[in-house]
Design a binder for this molecule. Sequence first.
Ligand code: PLP
Length: 467
Amino acid sequence: MNFTSCCNHDDLHEIPFVSALLDLKKKMSTSVQTLPLSRGKSLKSPWLERAYRDLLGDSILDLEFTGAGEFLDAFFFPSRSLHQAEQLAATLFGADGTLFVTTGSTSSNQIALDAFQIAGARVLVDRQCHQSIHSFLNSARCDLDLVHPSVLCDEPDQHWWDLDDLLEQALWQQKSGNHYKLIAVNGHSYNGLIYDIPMVIEYLLQNGVRTRNFFVDETWAIGNYFLPQLASGTAMRMESLLKKFPDLVVVATQSAHKSMSCLRQASLIHYKGNGIRPILLNSRFKFHTTSPNYAILASLDLGRAQLQVEGTDLFREVARLAEKFSKSIQTNPHFDGYSIQTPRSDFIQPRHVRMDPTKIPLNTTRLGLSPLEIKRKLFEDHGIYVSHTTESSLWFHFHIGWNEEAVEQLLSALGKIAARTKRSCPQTLRSPVPLPSNRLDVSAKPISNPYQSNKEPSRTDSTVVSA
Ligand SMILES: Cc1ncc(COP(=O)(O)O)c(C=O)c1O
């Protein structure tokens, strides 16, 4: 069923799960099974009902019903509307198949890793992966080796591992006669450092690495699929490699709510390769809540439909707005207290690394205010919330919710903060002084395995910071 047939919308947009849900909602007057909150029926006092409805609106309460199985689709092993919705998502991202998850990417990561059946196996894992990955591999008692970033650029906060280090580690492991059963990497950091995944895997396999299972955390990478300069580096772009290595399996997880018009905890697991689907479905059955949230599932269907129709335009616009912001900071004298933080000129970006043009670090050192002070002023005086700061910069993460007005509002607020600071403290405008931490270190800098040393993974890891 398409949207036109159930909602009289002008455009023909296929949203199979949403359509099935709306049909079911119309038909169902009472569910005697569960969910007392359904349609607000458990709210007997008017004040309480008012408070719920003021906060959540009518529609959320109306969606709190359950009609699983034959009336909608089976969440764990779908074959109808949900399966269609997942297939549409798979097609959009170029995957062989996709699974919807309503419990966040923390749980998608566990599901995906479990599907590789790696309990006790040797696994090579990127040190910069999210804590959910380290925790899972640790509790599965995997024999872990970590890939450490060897190039450290603190400003902007970008660290990456060297491709030859990865290859050397994988080949070294093979010398013992035992290859890694899985290689797990963080494909796109919170601060916009992106690995070209097809290039990385091809390099490893063509140089004799026997590992055939790859896991990629693409939590932040959804926009890359729609930006021509980044799409070729995404984890699902595996067609040509799969022809050469038909036993290759790649699974990627994405946080839909971080980049799409989806509710929080909406997450996607995509896969490419043979034989992994039934195991992934089983792993979802093992780890996912047995009460999936319909509103989140519906938002995955809607968010996918939106990107199918206008994803390229939307993400190009995001990149344009980010560029406009950077150019204004660089060229308008109002903003001479700020600068866009760029890596030092001797910092050479290798071919397997790319930068996300929509993540912008704003250096504030010349203004004489710390990023934290500016963050506070932006919020208290202008109602603008910024989540991430480093020693010298505030990070602006542009996404499809931004528009021209939001950029203007941000620039105007930054301009006012700069003008006030200069008025009250004219000597503050300093020439940029390289920060002591601004370094390029091309020698390997070992970071200890948090589990071998019984330490928690560092909370300051860029990948641990939540949206
Ligand atoms: C790289 C990475 N992976 C996984 C996650 C977990 O995602 P979620 O918060 O949806 O569970 C995050 C959260 O920020 C993340 O940055």
